[in-house]
Design a protein around this ligand. Structure first.
Ligand code: UD1
Length: 418
């Protein structure tokens, strides 16, 4: 397994181009199953999760090919209705295959998904939504077996929690259902709007995407599309924190600053200087950072996907801070690893108390999940001496050219192939 080796202490300076959003790309790739026509998706990041999704689409019956940052998808053969364990287990987002296949085939058997090990991550909200659309569901041999013999029927679906994936799965199915579907308490993340924009280009009738109530009027057929994916706000936030933790100065290009409001606001409160244009963010360290408590929340709150990176930053702030995780249980697996670098952190159920320390010292650390990995790389960039980060396959799921981009900004970082 590859490792990343970092000699910390370099201030990061320069420009970095942010890639397309992983969390937008995946549902948009699945949307291609809703049409037999040609699809072109641009600004696609090079990530293991994208390759996994392309592999899944090709297994189901598409001909999807990625060249650089463009994915072209054609229809190859009649779709299979079974998504097997080997293809699903790697990534939780594989569950998004259910919506489009139910819409097209009226049945699908999907192996229960895997992905990051952050909490139990059930799929009850997805399944309950499908039941409301007329789907019969059973669980058998590790598979969710579903069928809608009479086709999908529009309905009102009230989410008890605004699940991002479940909102996407309903969008990806209700667009071809009979009649009107209303999602109440829908997720409002920018990736939902991006998916709705794609579906609208395909001929779907959707209003309210990006708000808590989405209304979908089902149509009979959808057409092909060409679309450029929105910038990855989580990757962008990670580079903003890289500037902060290394006392550097970075300009991020190809970003949507309004998607990063919560992160920018908190970084400013810590003492970072931030200037924005329509599609760039310049961030500069000028003084020893103040501590700042954060509490993760659904969009537009502070993203849970930036919680671990924020913790790395707070380890070196001037004083004590508190982080509260409200979205996922068990999303503090980076804590013992940060402590190996010299951090002073105490976990108290959903809260973590961090006492800022003057310095971190390099050490071997192990990645447990994607964003925990980002936090360890950030801490390694600031730590004195050498940090060796292992199990970086988690990072390859979600960060496009991580070492190359960091190296270009001046980091002393390299990948060791094993
Ligand atoms: C998506 C993102 C992920 C991000 C998360 C929250 C993708 C590919 N992934 O994940 O990076 O961290 O949103 O912003 O877009 N839950 C249930 N039952 C369900 C579904 C979810 O209890 O049926 C719970 C989860 O266990 C979790 C919370 O709801 O505690 C949030 O999950 P959800 O919003 O669905 O996140 P994902 O779509 O999995």
């Amino acid at each position: 397994m590859d490792k990343i080796l970092i000699h910390g202490g370099n201030q990061l300076k320069g420009e970095v181009k942010i890639s397309g959003s992983k969390n937008s790309t995946l549902p948009i790739l699945f949307a291609s199953l809703l049409t037999d026509e040609a699809v072109t998706i641009k600004n696609v990041p090079s990530l293991a999760d994208v390759d996994t999704t392309i592999g899944l689409l090709n297994f189901i019956g598409k001909l999807a090919v990625k060249k650089g940052s463009v994915v072209k998808i054609l229809s190859k053969e009649k779709y299979k209705h079974i998504a097997p364990y080997d293809l699903i287990r790697k990534m939780r987002a594989s569950i998004l295959i259910m919506g489009p296949l139910l819409a097209r085939l009226k049945k699908v058997d999907v192996s229960l998904p895997g992905g990051c090990t952050i909490g139990s991550r059930p799929i009850d909200i997805h399944l309950d939504a499908f039941k409301h659309l007329g789907v019969e569901i059973s669980i058998d041999g590790g598979y969710v077996k579903t069928s809608a013999k009479n086709g999908l029927k529009g309905n009102t679906i009230h989410f008890n929690f605004p699940s991002v994936g479940a909102t996407e799965n309903v969008l990806l199915s209700a667009v071809l259902a009979e009649g009107k579907t209303t999602i109440i308490n829908a997720a409002t993340e920018p990736e939902i709007e991006d998916l709705a924009n794609v579906l609208t280009k395909m001929g779907a009738s959707i209003t309210g995407a990006g708000t808590k109530e989405i209304v979908i009027h089902g149509v009979k057929k959808l057409k092909g599309f060409s679309h450029s994916v929105i910038p990855d706000r989580i990757e962008a936030a990670t580079y903003m924190i890289a500037a902060a933790i290394t006392k550097g100065q970075i300009t991020l290009k190809n970003v949507t600053p309004k998607h990063l409001c919560a992160v920018s606001k908190n970084l400013k409160n810590c003492g970072m200087t931030i200037n924005e244009t329509k599609d760039t963010i310049s961030i500069k360290w000028t003084k020893y950072l103040n501590p700042k408590n954060i509490k993760t929340d659904v969009y537009p709150g502070f993203p849970t996907d930036v919680q671990a990176q924020w913790m790395a930053l707070m380890c070196l702030a001037k004083g004590n801070s508190k982080i509260t995780e409200t979205i996922f249980e068990n999303r503090f697996m980076h804590v013992p690893e940060l402590k190996r670098l010299g951090a002073d952190i105490t976990i108290n159920e959903k809260e973590v108390l961090i006492k800022g320390v003057k310095k971190l010292s390099g050490a071997p650390v192990m990645v447990s999940d994607l964003r925990a990995g980002a936090a360890l790389v950030l801490a390694g960039l600031a730590a004195e001496g050498q940090t060796i980060v292992s199990r970086i396959y988690h990072l390859d799921r979600g960060y496009d050219m991580l070492e190359k981009k960091l190296k270009k900004l001046g980091a002393n970082i390299k990948r060791i192939k094993n």
